[in-house]
Design a protein around this ligand. Structure first.
Ligand code: ZN
Length: 234
């Protein structure tokens, strides 16, 4: 069981293209803010801290361990905060359409949490690559056939796999349940499917392959990653 503080530290956000800020805010808006770790330090000063440099090395090592191009993963000295409903929130990480991932430095961040955060963000990158391929093929294409069983109603009946992903289900404003590989944020103001799959990746990293997790989501996560690997090789 995570401590309350640890739970608060799980906040994250990510973004793609023009919606990056919005997505980042949305993800982070669901979290309680942390006070800025060192508000009086400049980014340049933080970057030169031995603790920052050590965490940066750890992040690079983690990226390589995930089999990911470490040059696309950076530790940012910036603190991404914003105000929402009278509260200040912070974001833990963000992924971009070009496959780049930024993790925002927090002196309190353990290596384990760094890994969890990277696992979550990397899953967003995989999801979007498979979504692009899905959207580019005809409606009877192989990806459409493979993922047809994950109908909106079937996924909505499961809801999320963590508090964070359930917050996205709670925040969904669409007239109908969200659809796999749709533009969830535009349609419903949150990303229940995308975030739930990212949380499966985080859970698998954190607790290992024997973690008890919703089997339908686990299966979908695995299917997406298989297709990602196939696309990556192709
Ligand atoms: Zn996320």
């Amino acid at each position: 069981m995570r401590s309350r503080l640890e739970a608060r530290l799980q906040s994250e956000g990510r973004g793609f293209g023009a919606l990056s800020i919005l997505r980042c805010w949305l993800g982070a808006a669901l979290r309680t803010a942390l006070a800025a770790a060192a508000p009086d330090q400049t980014a340049r000063e933080i970057e030169n801290l031995s603790h920052f440099l050590k965490k940066q090395e750890t992040l690079q090592r983690l990226a390589r361990a995930f089999g990911y191009d470490a040059s696309k993963v950076t530790l940012s000295p910036q603190t991404k905060t914003f105000d929402y409903l009278g509260q200040s929130f912070t974001s833990e990480g963000q992924s971009f359409a070009n496959g780049c991932i930024e993790i925002y430095y927090d002196p309190q961040m353990s290596d384990a949490r760094l890994g969890c955060c990277l696992a979550h963000e990397l899953q967003h990158v995989r999801y979007f690559l498979v979504r692009d391929a899905y959207c580019a093929e005809p409606a009877d294409g192989p990806l459409h056939r493979r993922f047809a069983k994950y109908a909106p109603e079937a996924l909505a009946a499961q809801r999320g796999v963590s508090n964070y992903s359930n917050e996205h289900w709670d925040a969904w404003k669409g007239g109908a349940p969200p659809t796999l590989f749709s533009f969830e944020l535009e349609e419903g103001g949150s990303e229940p499917i995308n975030e739930t799959i990212a949380e499966v990746a985080k859970a698998l990293y954190n607790w290992g392959p024997d973690v008890r997790i919703n089997p339908l989501w686990r299966e979908l996560h695995d299917a997406i990653n298989e297709e990602y690997t196939a696309l990556h090789r192709g």
